[in-house]
Write a protein that binds this ligand. Structure first.
Ligand SMILES: Cc1cc2nc3c(=O)[nH]c(=O)nc-3n(C[C@H](O)[C@H](O)[C@H](O)COP(=O)(O)OP(=O)(O)OC[C@H]3O[C@@H](n4cnc5c(N)ncnc54)[C@H](O)[C@@H]3O)c2cc1C
Length: 303
């Protein structure tokens, strides 16, 4: 069984189905994964003119189905990985599997502002690599204080006329080298001790401004921006496996080399383990690795 229908899960399904392993893919709450909520993907090899994210993942699924992979709607709610066959509760129904590939991704962490969710895809984003190019010569804001916030802000200066980095504290969690790089970039302006209270304008279906508050003085004010990037981390979708499989402090699966987890027969693929690259191509590559590992294990067991 493969958990997740993003790039990692679909690629694992292609390889597993071609190896005659009869994979069953659990689609989850987001059919097609994160690429299903984006538009043009310009960095997936093989598509010189780019390809729409939903089309790319749908193609992967069609390819896997052509080799015999099956897909089931629903989400894994509970898992028993204490012995083989492993048991998974999918929307109340228990299923068994001899090997398991977890490709359940990681969801972006949001600020929880009143209008934030309404403007995702309309100026509110969690991925500068993905959406930065839409903001040529425009003003953008990045929220966060870690390395990924610095990275996003620096990357955005390639396009935007000004990048304002908002951080709720005086000091940053980011490494010195990343912070220095951001500080020396003339396009980046720092707003410390500041929180965002809301983002506007839902009525116009695009980001026009944000309301800020200085946490020391209590002063609030509005600032015009065209793009609003939230860079405060991701939440790996590993809740059903907590306590069963080795996870790091933030909940990402800990790799035991290749695609292996600490449990023989359970493999990881994609963003659920990878906190560094988080790209469609790396997730697809990881799906391939996991399927090959599953195949080798089953073969060594005489499957
Ligand atoms: C807006 C946006 C634009 C992007 N643009 C690009 C781009 O241009 N180029 C690029 O390379 N990358 C891009 N990315 C990043 C890329 O989408 C991810 O790196 C990639 O999708 C990760 O693939 P994945 O299969 O590991 O996880 P995901 O795509 O997150 O898929 C996870 C899957 O697991 C399922 N799932 C989760 N929990 C459960 C559960 N309990 N039970 C069953 N299923 C579950 C979900 O339904 C989903 O199908 C973008 C991301 C975003 C958010």
């Amino acid at each position: 069984m493969i958990i997740g229908s993003g790039c990692a899960g679909n690629t694992a399904a292609i390889y597993a189905a071609r190896a005659n392993l009869k994979p069953l893919v659990v689609i989850g709450h987001e059919p097609g994964g994160q690429l299903s909520i984006t538009s043009l993907v310009e960095n997936f090899p093989g598509f010189p003119k780019g390809i729409d994210g939903p089309e790319l993942v749908e193609n992967m699924k069609t390819q896997a189905e052509a080799f015999g992979a099956e897909y089931v709607y629903g989400s894994v709610e509970e898992a028993d990985l204490s012995k083989r066959p492993f048991r998974l509760n999918i929307d109340g129904v228990w299923h068994e599997t001899r090997t398991l590939i977890i490709a359940s991704g990681a969801s972006a962490r949001w600020l929880g502002l009143p209008n934030e969710q309404k403007l995702i895809g309309h100026g509110v984003s969690s991925c500068a690599t993905c959406d930065g190019a839409f903001y040529k010569n425009q003003k953008v804001m990045v929220v966060g204080g870690g390395d990924s916030a610095m990275e996003e802000a620096i990357f955005l200066t390639r396009f935007a006329s000004q990048v304002t980095l908002v951080h709720r504290r005086e000091h940053f969690r980011a490494s010195k080298i990343m912070l220095d790089r951001a500080r020396h970039n003339p396009k980046i302006r720092f707003l410390n001790n500041t929180v965002v209270e809301d983002v506007f304008d839902v009525a116009s279906k695009c980001v026009k401004s944000v309301r800020l508050k200085n946490v020391e003085t209590g002063q609030t004010w509005d600032e015009d921006v065209d793009g609003f990037f939230v860079a405060i981390g991701h939440i790996p979708n590993t809740k059903p496996f907590k306590g069963q499989i080795d996870l790091d402090q933030e909940g990402y699966i800990v790799s035991h080399g290749g695609a292996r987890t600490n449990i023989p027969g359970v493999f990881h693929a994609g963003d659920v383990q990878d906190r560094t690259y988080r790209q469609a191509i790396t997730a697809a590559g990881a799906g391939c690795m996991a399927a090959i590992e599953a195949e080798r294990l089953l073969e060594s067991e005489g499957h």
